[in-house]
Design a protein around this ligand. Structure first.
Ligand code: ATP
Ligand code: MG
Length: 448
C-alpha cells in the first residue's frame, strides 16, 4: 500500500495542469531575490513573453536560504531573448542559454525545453548510441520544460508579477518531505544524462534530503553510465561536489554509490581499504575543505586533487623505486606523470590547478630539508602555504613525520633567535645524509 502511495507521488506521470500557490504564503520574500533577476523577468514579460524564476533559486528561497544565483526560464527563443536586452550573449552548444548582463551580475535565461518525442523537423536533440543526450535544443512550453528538469524540487517556477509558484511535478510536497525525486522514469533519465547521478548526491548532502527508492536504485546499478561523460564536464561537477561545503559527506556517499571509482579510481581503491591512513587522508582533506569554506577561507581545487591522488602517488613511487637510479625528486616526477595521466582519463585538470598540485607534491620532499638557507628559501616559495597545510593534513591523518608540521608552525612565527635554535634542533634530528660514494677517477692517460 505504502509503495502504491509513493508511486502516486512520484513525478513520472505527466499531469496536464499545474498547482499554483502563493509565493508569500510559502515563505518567499521578494526582497531575497536579486534585483537584476526581477528586472530581466519584468523586461521579458513587458515584451510579451512568459518569464519565471526557476531551479535552485526558487528551491532555496522556499527552503529559507539565500540563493547564490537566479535562473530565468522563458518561452522566447535565445535569439528573441537577445533582442530584448542590450547586453545578452548566446552561449553553449549542447544546451543553448543566454547570458544577460545586468550591472555586474549575469542572469542565465533558458528557453522552455520540449519533449523529444514531440519534436519535429530539424534534429535539435542529438543522442549518442548509448542514449546520452548530446544536444538538447528542442523548445516547448512551461509544462514540458518542467518535465525536462532533473528533480521535482528543481522544477518549481515563480512568477514575481503575481507572486505565484507553479508546480507541475509535486515539487512542493517533495520539499516539505525533504525528499529528492528524479522526474520521469529514473533509469532513462540517468542514462540520458548520467551527471544527474552526481547532482543527486550533491543535493542530498547539501540539503539534507533523502533520495527516494526509485531514484536511488539505478545509481547503485548503473554508476558506470558516468564513463560516457567527457572528462571536462566531470571536472566541473567535481568542483561543484567538493566546493559545496559538504565534501566529507559527499565523499562517503560517492563511495557508497560506487560513483567514486568513476571519478577518482585511485581514491576509490584507497576507500575500499577501511581504516587505512590513506583513507583518513582523503576524509581529512574533504573535512578541511568544508571547514575552510565555513570560515570563509579560500580553497583551491589543486589542494583537493593533490590529496586525492597522493596515496596513488606514494604507491607508484614505491613501485618504481627499485628500478630507479636518480634522486627522489626525479622519482616523484616520474610517478606523478603516470598518476596524472591516469586521472586525466576520468576528469580533466586544468593547467592552472595541475601546476600548483605538482608543486604541493614536490614541496613535500623539500619540507624536511631545512639546513643552511633552505628553510628561509622555502618560506618565500609561492606555494609554501599550501604545501605546509598539506603537510599538516598528512600528520593529521596519522602519518608519522617526526613533528615536522609543528616545527614549521613554530618556525613561521618565531623570532630570529628562536629560528636559529629551531634550525639547530633540526640539524641534530635530521638523519645524516648518505655520503656519496667517491667517484672512481679515470686512470690518467699516459701521454708519454
Ligand atoms: P545550484 O546552482 O545551487 O547548484 P541548481 O539546481 O540551481 O543548483 P544549476 O546547475 O544552476 O543547479 O541548474 C539550474 C536548473 O537547471 C536546475 O535546478 C534544474 O532545474 C535544471 N538542470 C540543471 N542541470 C540539469 C540536468 N543535468 N538535467 C536536467 N535539468 C537540469
Ligand atoms: Mg543554480
Amino acid at each position: 500500500m505504502l509503495k502504491k502511495l509513493k508511486k502516486l507521488f512520484r513525478p513520472n506521470t505527466k499531469p496536464l495542469t499545474a498547482t499554483r500557490v502563493s509565493g508569500r504564503e510559502n515563505g518567499i520574500d521578494k526582497r531575497d531575490i536579486s534585483h537584476n533577476a526581477l528586472k530581466v523577468i519584468e523586461l521579458l514579460q513587458d515584451a510579451g513573453w512568459q518569464a519565471y524564476l526557476v531551479g535552485g533559486g526558487v528551491r532555496d528561497l522556499l527552503l529559507g536560504g539565500h540563493p547564490k544565483d537566479f535562473d530565468v526560464a522563458t518561452d522566447a527563443t535565445p535569439e528573441q531573448v537577445q533582442k530584448v536586452f542590450r547586453r545578452a550573449r548566446i552561449i553553449g552548444r549542447r544546451f543553448k542559454i543566454v547570458h544577460v548582463r545586468m550591472g555586474r551580475e549575469v542572469i542565465e535565461v533558458t528557453t522552455f525545453r520540449g519533449s523529444h518525442e514531440e519534436a519535429s523537423g530539424k534534429q535539435h536533440a542529438v543522442q549518442s548510441d548509448k542514449g546520452i543526450l548530446l544536444r538538447d535544443n528542442v523548445y516547448g512550453d512551461l509544462c514540458s520544460d518542467a518535465w525536462r528538469r532533473d528533480f521535482s524540487i528543481n522544477a518549481l517556477y515563480y512568477d514575481p508579477s503575481d507572486d505565484s509558484i507553479v508546480d507541475y511535478c509535486n515539487g512542493l510536497s517533495a520539499l516539505k518531505q525533504k525528499s529528492l525525486s528524479i522526474i520521469g522514469e529514473p533509469d532513462a533519465r540517468y542514462k540520458e544524462d548520467p551527471v544527474r547521478m552526481l547532482r543527486a548526491i550533491r543535493f542530498m548532502s547539501k540539503l539534507g534530503f533523502s533520495l527516494d527508492a526509485a531514484s536511488e536504485q539505478p545509481i547503485r546499478e548503473h554508476s558506470d553510465y558516468l564513463l560516457e561523460i567527457p572528462p571536462a564536464r566531470l571536472f566541473e561537477e567535481v568542483l561543484k561536489l567538493f566546493m559545496s561545503g559538504r565534501a566529507e559527506a559527499i565523499l562517503e556517499q560517492l563511495h557508497h554509490y560506487h560513483l567514486l571509482e568513476h571519478l577518482f579510481p585511485a581514491a576509490a581503491d584507497v576507500f575500499n581499504r577501511d581504516e587505512s591512513q590513506a583513507k583518513r587522508l582523503l576524509l581529512c582533506a574533504a573535512a578541511n575543505t568544508d571547514e575552510r569554506l565555513a570560515q570563509g577561507k579560500r580553497v583551491t581545487p589543486a589542494f583537493i586533487y593533490a590529496a586525492f591522488l597522493w596515496p596513488r602517488l606514494q604507491q607508484q613511487m614505491q613501485a618504481l623505486r627499485s628500478q630507479h637510479r636518480g634522486g627522489e625528486q626525479e622519482l616523484l616526477n616520474k610517478a606523478a606523470t603516470g598518476v596524472i595521466s591516469e586521472q586525466l582519463q576520468r576528469t580533466a585538470i586544468p593547467k592552472r590547478f595541475l601546476i600548483p598540485m605538482r608543486e604541493i607534491w614536490t614541496l613535500q620532499l623539500r619540507l624536511p630539508r631545512r639546513d643552511g638557507r633552505r628553510a628561509y628559501t622555502l618560506l618565500e616559495h609561492p606555494r609554501f602555504r599550501a604545501a605546509y597545510d598539506f603537510l599538516l593534513l598528512r600528520e593529521q591523518s596519522g602519518e608519522e613525520l617526526g613533528q615536522l608540521g609543528h616545527w614549521w608552525t613554530e618556525f613561521q612565527v618565531a623570532s630570529e633567535e628562536r629560528r636559529q635554535a629551531l634550525l639547530e634542533s633540526a640539524r641534530n634530528s635530521q638523519a645524516p645524509r648518505k655520503r656519496k660514494r667517491p667517484r672512481r677517477r679515470k686512470p690518467a692517460k699516459n701521454n708519454d
